[in-house]
Design a protein. Structure first.
Lengths: 169, 121
């Protein structure tokens, strides 16, 4: 039976936050924690949303940032709508690797994207999303998670492959 | 000129692969999902290489790989998976299905080019 546990949400969201820092750094954008949290503004925000499901854990991940931040992490001529979807995809992929290293495997959906102003997360279990600041704007990582009763992350183990790596068969 | 087909639902990824391989002299075709990739491959059986994302709408990259291998006309096209996935079971599935390589995003252009030069027939 799947249950909503604040401690599990917080733990997995923290993993996703670390994954976001690594991901954005790989694309040249440095993030640091934003203690003031997220703020509703009239700035246009782009958001990528992806679901994930496994035997022990399932949920949804949302990545949001202003257009300037999305484009700061993008190759030349990238379209924000497309790139934020790809960033969400790579964020969840990276988070998946972190979960796998702790014994939990998930399957991924494909991203959906939205944009708007005055967007705010409304978490249901009191776990506030992780917010970062960058030179070009704030970045939000928000997970809603359910876990199997008795779920616990295992000891970390090394994986066979990691980001940027090429395996030849 | 060697022809490469990149199949990825991200337009930006397709453009980056096309830019990297195009600058190195490859002729790059694009498809947005596995079904479009299968149709394009069927019309271009002389492809030197296919670069496939895994998680895509309509048909994912591993199902596309299976379909390519099931058709004598496309079975011999070398396939490189370019994906965020690092799950061992998926990597094993691709290996068993005859893929030649698995490259995990984000990827440096020089790594992609090295793989393409090594794998393209």
């Amino acid at each position: 039976m799947f249950v909503n546990r604040a401690d599990a949400t917080e733990g997995i969201q923290t993993m996703a936050g670390a994954a976001c820092v690594e991901l954005m750094r790989a694309y040249g954008v440095e993030l640091s924690p934003e203690p003031a949290g997220w703020a509703e503004t009239d700035e246009l925000i782009f958001s990528g949303v992806m679901g994930f499901v496994g035997e022990k854990v399932r949920g949804t991940c949302l990545l949001a940032a202003p257009q300037a931040t999305v484009l700061a992490a993008a190759p030349p001529n990238a379209v924000p709508r497309d790139w934020v979807g790809e960033l969400a995809n790579q964020l969840v992929g990276r988070s998946k690797s972190k979960l796998m290293a702790r014994g939990a495997t998930i399957g991924l959906s494909t991203p959906v994207v939205l944009s708007g102003v005055r967007l705010s997360p409304l978490p249901r279990n009191g776990v506030e999303p992780v917010v970062f600041r960058s030179a070009s704007g704030r970045v939000l990582v928000w997970l809603e998670v359910e876990v199997e009763t008795g779920f616990a992350l295992g000891e970390e183990r090394a994986l066979k492959a990691s980001e940027g790596e090429l395996l030849m068969f | 000129m060697k022809k490469v087909l990149v199949v990825d639902d991200s337009e930006t990824i397709r453009l980056e692969v096309a830019r990297t391989l195009g600058q190195a002299g490859f002729w790059v075709l694009e498809a947005r999902d596995g079904a479009e990739g299968l149709a394009t491959a069927s019309k271009n059986v002389d492809l030197a290489l296919m670069v496939l994302d895994v998680n895509m709408p309509v048909m994912n990259g591993l199902d596309l790989l299976d379909r390519l291998r099931a058709n004598a006309a496309t079975a011999g096209i070398p396939v490189l998976l370019l994906t965020t996935e690092a799950e061992e079971a998926l990597i094993e599935r691709a290996k068993k299905a005859g893929a030649k390589g698995w490259l995990i995003k984000p990827v440096k252009p020089e790594m992609l080019l090295m793989a393409a030069n090594k794998l393209a027939r």
